[in-house]
Ligand binder design. Sequence first.
Ligand code: FAD
Length: 418
Amino acid sequence: MIESTSLAAVIVGAGHAAGELATSLRDNGWQGSILLIGEEPFLPYHRPPLSKAYLSGTATAQSLLIKPQATYEKAKVETISGVRVSKIDRVNGTVHLADGREVRYDRLILATGGRPRQLPIPHIEQAERSGNFHYLRTLQDVDRIRQQFEPGMRLVIVGGGYIGLEVAAVAVRRGLKVTVLEALPRVLARVTAPELSAFYETRHREAGVDIRTGTGVEDVQLDPSGDAVSAVKCIDGSSVPADLVIVGIGLEPNVELAAEAGLSVDNGIVVDEFGQTSDPKIHAAGDCTNHPNPLLGRRLRLESVPNALEQARCVASSLCGKPKAHASIPWFWSDQYELKLKMVGLSQGYDQLVIRGNPQNDSFSAFYLKEGLILAADTVNRPPEFMLAKRFITERIQVDPSRLADDSLPLKDLLPNS
Ligand code: FAD
């Protein structure tokens, strides 16, 4: 254990990684001060419900808090909310806050997450100034969207990724007229097999969503006042009238603070398996990091809650003198309608897809194999298969594809010695 009695730990960001780090540091025996600084005016909150239960109105802002204020107080974690960290001064070991304060650190942890990728169109500045053009990353974004989320409104969603499709599911259920514009030939193209994309496109169309794939966006049209977007113009010459536009086309990691301080940055803040940046006094965790994954044998940047939490715990442990390398198979989830999708592993490079179960029944799994090994699995309404898939991938268990496809055979029977 290192002597941390008088050391000051400062955490920048107040999202999933930051909230976990703050209390994990204490749990791991950090004796010095812990300060959490976030630019959003809230304590760390659950972001996934923003496009699900919070958007639909079935969750309150209070219920999104990851931990109550009392937990931070008990762990002697000081918090500053609603203030941005504007600069890191590595020479003097301080961070500058946008309100003029300067805070000393002995150990600094960057958990700055990311921001929505901007839609690359000529009238983007006017669109962003208008009142009905939105991105969806924060609680405040959703509060603004909800003011316009009324039955009969024409909603155009740009981007057929998870966030866009989750929003579409909530919106169509609420009675909005929903169009999804996806530039690629199918939705979820970057993350799933064509079979899964087709399944989700079908379910959304059945629910009444107008899904237009292969339809890139060229620009928006503003109404004469310039205060609102009135239509989205597509590259194919079509124009989709809109009362409300939501853009979900990916994430840019918040790396500027690190880059301006001279830390190594390459599609994320570059860290080692313990979350340490190119400066031994500065660590990073969560969506903002480019980190190695020994189980996958490569570096990557992930956008997932489990990754943010696990990385945060490793950083906390390492800072307390108990080095713990971050090594786990990535996993994700997405809820659309009654479809609970849980995904594990990364499917890039698969040479065979095995479907288990019948998509018609809304209960099936898709396994991505390479040379008989499962690289990844997408499970729809099959939580036990998700858990087993995780094991097959982590333990690199060889499977017989024809037995894997046989839904009458329990998946656990494919485990060795079963
Ligand atoms: P964040 O949660 O982004 O937190 C970073 C925080 O740092 C932010 O509050 C930001 O304002 C703050 N910050 C940045 N720069 C500064 C600065 N200079 N000074 C002070 N504060 C700063 N993941 C899943 O696994 N499953 C899901 O179903 C899922 N659904 C999602 C739905 C939506 C709508 C969104 C937006 C994301 C979803 N995700 C989901 C992704 C998940 O939310 C992220 O992976 C997770 O939030 C990452 O946590 P983080 O702490 O790294 O970053």
